[in-house]
Ligand binder design. Structure first.
Ligand SMILES: C[S@@+](CC[C@H](N)C(=O)[O-])C[C@H]1O[C@@H](n2cnc3c(N)ncnc32)[C@H](O)[C@@H]1O
Length: 446
């Protein structure tokens, strides 16, 4: 069956009433109408809404609420005027306390469903600012002929089109308040149609922008982009091709780096704008000490940090532990780990590049013994390395996750290998979005 027959059934016209029973994981209200599940945007559990259908599909329908007949007590006005259209944040109409409460509920459900587990203790949710928190974001740029100018923003909820965003409330204010100026800058360039994206990145100390360009930039264009960045004290990087081509244009000379610090552990980390960093620095600055405290690390411990990136957990761990081994898929990040160890004068650490979805047999780091393990994988989780981790018989394992389903699956595997899920909690890394960031502590049964 092709896409057309699934999606293009003409939906009924007019408005309909629905009672919302629950909230989907992507932030839509769920109603049951004519025996069919109906996902309704801008609708919250307990509400009676008046909605229009957007699509009718074979197994479910979709629509959007136009009128809320009895608003839920946790409904709030969205902080952003683009909330109805922009696909960046889908939970803005839900009070932030309720957002995080529901994220904890999602984590609890997934742990039960995929892992058959209930945490022995819930950690208090880790929360911080719910606006102006995002320090790294890539905005799309598109010249829209019909409007005769460039749109700068994120993709729409319902399709792949760019939303014309003049300001974004979740980006750091320095970035979020510059979007209309960015769009005006791009429209002033002869390369107006050759810049498909701009990435903005902040460290604790510096800010940077990376302009992707599809054709060489004329001198005048470069001068205009440079003065835009200099006026804001943003380092300017250009990207003429793939990620490897990102290079700094201003300031000239010196290392192409930004920096952030974990002050509790006296660690300062350097990173390149194209490196992975945790995008919410306020939460990151609290998440790392939380993970270390849960691990209860001391100088007699050897610690394994899997999916270690540039050393975000590894180096603070090394301040407290006897020895730390970081393993990471990207050799570039392993180099960054060593660079950061040198920067901090840390010597009790080693980094290894390895694809952790592959067998660990024969790897020198995999033959070592560890008392503590930290795991911080991508969305796909860490199932391939769980057996190896379990064999280490470390007393405590902390798992940091951006996907509760894979955390729950891996938690189930750890439980089968003799670990208790002694604590779990959610962290508000991405307020107003449906992303769920969580942390779990596993302890070996005596
Ligand atoms: C969620 S990030 C965490 C990074 C780091 N712990 C931090 O806090 O900044 C996941 C890391 O896993 C790495 N990674 C992704 N797939 C991998 C794989 N198959 N094997 C090893 N590392 C991988 C990525 O390069 C990235 O650095």
């Amino acid at each position: 069956m092709g896409k057309r027959s699934r999606k293009n059934r003409k939906p009924p016209e007019g408005v309909f009433d629905a009672v919302i029973e629950s909230l989907s994981h992507d932030g839509r209200g769920i109603a049951r109408l004519n025996g069919k599940t109906t996902f309704i945007e801008n609708a919250l559990p307990g509400e009676q809404v008046r909605f229009r259908y957007a699509f009718q599909r074979r197994r479910f329908d979709e629509g959007r609420a136009e009128e809320i007949l009895n608003p839920a007590e946790f409904r709030v006005p969205a902080p952003c005027k683009h909330a109805d259209v922009c696909g960046g944040c889908s939970l803005q109409h839900l009070h932030p306390d309720e957002q995080i409460r529901r994220k904890q509920q999602t984590l609890a459900e997934q742990l039960k469903h995929f892992g058959g587990l209930v945490p022995e203790r819930w950690l208090d949710p880790l929360t911080a600012s719910v606006t102006g928190y995002r320090g790294k974001a890539r905005v799309g740029v598109k010249y829209v002929i019909k409007h005769g100018r460039s749109f700068v923003g994120f993709r729409e909820k319902r399709n792949n089109l760019l939303v014309d965003i003049d300001r974004c409330e979740v980006l750091l204010p320095a970035f979020g308040e510059s979007l209309s100026d960015l769009s005006a800058l791009i429209d002033s360039l002869s390369a107006q149609r050759c810049i498909p994206q701009v990435e903005m990145i902040a460290g604790d100390e510096e800010k940077a922008a990376v302009f992707r360009h599809l054709e060489p930039l004329a001198e005048q264009d470069l001068a205009a982009i440079l003065s835009f960045c200099q006026a804001r004290d943003w380092h300017l990087y250009l990207q003429p091709g793939n990620d490897e081509t990102v290079h700094r244009v201003w300031p000239q000379g010196g290392e192409e780096r930004l920096h952030y610090s974990h002050r509790d552990d006296n660690v300062r980390l350097a990173f390149h704008p194209s490196d992975f960093i945790q995008v919410n620095s306020e939460i990151n600055h609290r998440m790392v000490p939380l993970a270390l405290n849960l691990l209860d690390v001391s100088t007699e411990h050897r610690v394994l940090d899997l999916f270690c990136g540039l050393g975000n957990f590894t180096l603070p761990l090394a301040r407290r532990a006897g020895h730390v081994v970081g393993v990471e898929g990207s050799t570039k990040m392993v180099d960054r780990g060593y660079e950061n160890a040198r920067l901090n004068g840390i010597e009790n650490v080693e980094f290894h590049a390895w694809d952790l979805t592959q067998s660990t047999q024969g790897q020198s780091w995999a033959k070592q013994k560890f008392d503590r393990v930290l795991i911080d994988p991508p969305r796909t989780g860490a199932i391939e390395v769980i057996e190896h981790v379990a064999k280490l018989a470390a007393q405590k394992i902390v798992y940091v996750s951006c996907n509760p389903a894979t955390l729950a699956r891996d938690a189930g595997a750890l439980a089968q290998h003799g670990y208790r899920l002694s604590a779990a909690g959610v962290m508000d890394m991405f307020p107003h979005t449906t992303h769920v960031e969580s942390i779990a502590l596993f302890e070996r049964k005596k």
